[in-house]
Each structure stands twice: as structure tokens, then as C-alpha cells.
Design a protein around this ligand. Sequence first.
Ligand SMILES: Cc1cc2nc3c(=O)[nH]c(=O)nc-3n(C[C@H](O)[C@H](O)[C@H](O)COP(=O)(O)OP(=O)(O)OC[C@H]3O[C@@H](n4cnc5c(N)ncnc54)[C@H](O)[C@@H]3O)c2cc1C
Length: 546
Amino acid sequence: MSADVVIAGAGPNGLMLACELSLAGVRPIVLERLPARTAENRANGLVGQVVRMLDRRGLYGRLGGGSEPPRPTPAFVFGALPLDLSALDDNPLYLLQTPQLRIEQVLEERAVELGVEIRRGHELTGLTQDAEEVVADVAGPDGPYRLRARYLVGADGGRSVTRKLTGIGFPGVTRNSTVSRTASVAVPPELVDPATGGLNVPGYGLVPPFMHHRTEHGLFVFAPFPGRSTLVTTMEWEPGAAEDDGLPPLTLEELGESVRRVLGADLPLGPATGPGPHLMRRLAGGNTRLAGRFRDGRVLLAGDAAHVHSAIGGPGLNLGLQDTVNLGWKLAAEIRGWAPPGLLDSYEAERRPAAERVVMHTQAQSALIAPGEEVTALRRLFTELLGDRNVVRHIAGTMAGADVRYDMGAGDVHPLVGRWAPDLSLDTGDGTGPVRLAELTADARPLLLDLTGDASLAGEAAGWDDRVKAVTARLLDPATTNAPGARDGSAGPRGSGGPGDGESGEITALLLRPDCYVAWASSSPRPDSAERAALRAALARWFGAP
Ligand SMILES: Cc1cc2nc3c(=O)[nH]c(=O)nc-3n(C[C@H](O)[C@H](O)[C@H](O)COP(=O)(O)OP(=O)(O)OC[C@H]3O[C@@H](n4cnc5c(N)ncnc54)[C@H](O)[C@@H]3O)c2cc1C
């Protein structure tokens, strides 16, 4: 074998998967067809639970999040309607305004630190597989060669070669009805409202910053990113708009004309100054597609290779990066030989419904921003609904991907089981002061957290101590959870709804999978023999035989 796993694609998802596999003790090789990192930025930020997930791998600060733990955003936008999240006591929507170029740089640096081999200028061109291995055909700078591995993961984007080579279908829809134009620009400083940071467009009025602003003629966005060039975006509905390959590159004049059509007013636009790279992008049409399967034998798909959808609301990396964190430890368990039966297939069982939720809410948002009086009426109704805090919470949970509740099986009784573990502040007794749960999960190992005070639960995991880390601690933060849905029982991808008991429950012990989802939990000060049996069953279900 040349490697345990070959990953096709050094985009964010391929790099994140490589980090996860390395943390779990297996050896990936990443193939990337581009000879150097791209200079064209796509995402402008991370939206949703992914922000907390990156915090739990020690990457939040490195991505520009600062030294304090992540905090939820007080406001966001759904289908160009403002979402006031400030009144939610369990607001799940986290935001990190970081350009994708920076995300890729940080993930690549982390992968290299962990010893990952990244081969740039090496393109996956073919593959064959049998019961034992995958053989990848690679076109490298010195000619073609072959790599043999136990598994291959296609993280090679929406046009995934891996997906095509395995014959996995990509059903869905292509819409040829929109054209979006985005450019890095300079706007006259006197047009920027000092109080709100919004843009006073002469003859139109104030447009708030970072808000999708809908008119009857299209969409306008003014995004004055601190420390980066300001972006202006328009989206217009042009029936028959197809891929814009072959058209001359976008110009500021073309963008200005589009602004005039959308807002009915002229906006003076100058070329961006300051640090680049500067963007000039026209995108026509769009795809919403889900791979027919996420797995074909020893080949798996992750990120855009498995699903593409509108970028509205920025859900792409929230979905993709959490795919890779779901997949990494399961694939490593297969390779290291302790995976229980069905573990690898739980990747698709858990992540396909999450992808379907993203397809649902991006399509819903696309409908809400379209022109037309009927849409305007629908927006009025939605605005009324958004006056209800429960509706806001539901939408925020959906956008955050925080409404996910995985099926953990028979021991699925505590309200937190199947859910993302809440943030906890702990005293581990080593005299170093409060420890955040996020600090205990950075090594991506399964974690048994015993808060009962007598440390006897740790003994239950003794047979798994080569895989499972047991930590005894005291809970410092009495607010046991901010896990959305744990309170309101909102429906998640499982479809059956959350616990619905209105309570998150006390926590005296937690068993966490490496992706930080709760596999077992207790609220008893002294878990009895039945609970201990359930703990052992959960350990075996997720981490194999003792
Ligand atoms: C305009 C736009 C704005 C967006 N904004 C946001 C946002 O604000 N927030 C957000 O979360 N998401 C956003 N997204 C989505 C996000 O950019 C994607 O979800 C993300 O790039 C997917 O990452 P990936 O690693 O799966 O694929 P990619 O980023 O597409 O990376 C795939 C990599 O595989 C390489 N590759 C392809 N074929 C091969 C091969 N045969 N062999 C080897 N290498 C290969 C490619 O060169 C590429 O480097 C946006 C997308 C677009 C288009």
C-alpha cells in the first residue's frame, strides 16, 4: 500500500479530512490537480455549527476567531429577510467571517503539521477497486503513476472525477435563470453610513451591510469586510442564463449597469484598493444536486463531490467540513481494525439527511429572493412568522445544521443523546483552572466524561482504553446545554423531532464520538447497573469490541 487513504482534492474538505485521518492515526495522501493554491476566493465565511466544530479541533483562533470561545451571532439573514437572533437564549447560529483562501491555508498548514503528504500538480485520472484495495491512476508532473490504498475519498468538488469514475449519479436540477455578479470595489466613503455601516445609495436610500437586499428586480449585497476589500454583489433573474464560459470577464461598468437595474439608481463604483486578491466574478445559473450514493465499496465522496446547492446563506462548508469530521474517525476505525459492523455506512445514513436539509433551506431561500408579487406576498407572511421566537429558533437551527440528531440506537433516552455535545466548562482537578470541553476534544478521540465525582464510570471503558479517553471532572458551568432542539424538540434530519420534553437534562456523564456527538449520557448522580450496561453497549456500538 502506498497509503491508507488517498484523498482526491486539496480543497477545504479534502484537507480537513486529511487532518482528521491523521489525528486518528492513519496515513492519507492528498492529490491535488492544481500546482498551487488557487487565488480565487469563494466562501467569505463559515456559518453554523462548523464554527464550533473547528473550535473543538483548536482551529477557531487560527482562522481569525480570536482567543475567546466562539459566540453566536446576534443577527443573520434568511432568504433576504432579517433574522433577529438576539432574543434566543439558545441561539445556535455561529459565524466566522474568514475568506475561503485563508481557511484552505490554515487547513493545509495544520495537515502538514500532522505529517500529511500533499501532492500538488497530481491529478486523479482513473481508479479500480477490489475487496482489498483501491488502485488510483494519477497524472503527475513527471508522468502517470499508480497509488494503492485501502480507501479513496473523492473530495474533488462539484464536478468530481471520483464520482464520475465510480458511476455514481448526481441527480438534481440545473437552473438557468439567474446571473450573479460580484466585484471587489471602492465606494465613495461619504456614502457609507457611520452609524450602521450601511450604504446610502443616492436616489435609492440606505442598504444595510451584509444583508441580502431584495427588490422587485433582483438582489443587491453590500459587504464591507473589515481588513479586506469591499464586495458588491447583484443577482438578477434572466431566463435562459447559462454557464458564462466564453463571455468577456466582468467589468465594473457591467456591475454598475446591473446595480442600476436592481436598485433603479446609480452607484459610483471604483476599482478596489488595498490588499488583494480582488474579485471580479460573474456566475450564471446554478445546480442543486445530491450524489446517488456517498459510497461505492472502498470509494467515498465528501463535500461538494457529494452535494451542490445554492450558496445562499453560506451553508456549503458547514455541511462539507462536518461530513469530513463524521467520516474521518469511521474510516480510520475501519483501517485500524476496530470498526464495528456498519460503522462506515453510518456516514451516509447520518450525512445524507443533513445534506437534504441544506438543499431544502437553500431552495426555500432562493424562492424567497425571486422577483414577483407572489414572492413579495410570501415574504410578508414570512416576516409575520419571524415575529415568533420559536420560528426564528427553528430557522436558525436549520441554517446552523444544529438541528441534527443522529440515531444512536437503543440507549437513545437522555435528551442529549444523538445531539452535538454542549459547551461545558470543567475542572479536571489538575490545578490548571477551568477547562473547556473544546480543549478535551482537540485530539479527535472518543471521550468518556465522568462528572459523577467518584470516577467509577471510567472503569466501564477500561476495555476500550486504547481508543477511548476517559476524563473525570467537575462541571463548573451550571448552564448544562445550549444545544438547540434539546429544549424545543424541533425536527431535525431524523424527522422524528427532538426529545420534546422541554428539558436538556442535567449531565453527570457523557460519551462523545470524535465528531462531538453524544453517544450516551446520564443525569444520575450514581448511574445504576442498567445505565452502565447502556454505556457499555454504546461503547461497543460505536467503538467496537472491547
Ligand atoms: C460563489 C461561491 C460562494 C460561496 N460562499 C460560501 C460561503 O460563504 N460559505 C460557505 O460555507 N460556502 C460557500 N461556498 C461553497 C464552498 O465554496 C464549497 O462548498 C467548498 O469549496 C467545497 O469544498 P470541497 O473541498 O468539497 O471542493 P473544492 O473547494 O471544489 O475543492 C476540490 C479540489 O479538488 C481538486 N480536484 C478536482 N479534480 C481533481 C482530480 N481529478 N484530482 C485531484 N484533484 C482534483 C480541485 O482542484 C480543488 O482544489 C461558496 C461557493 C461559491 C461558488
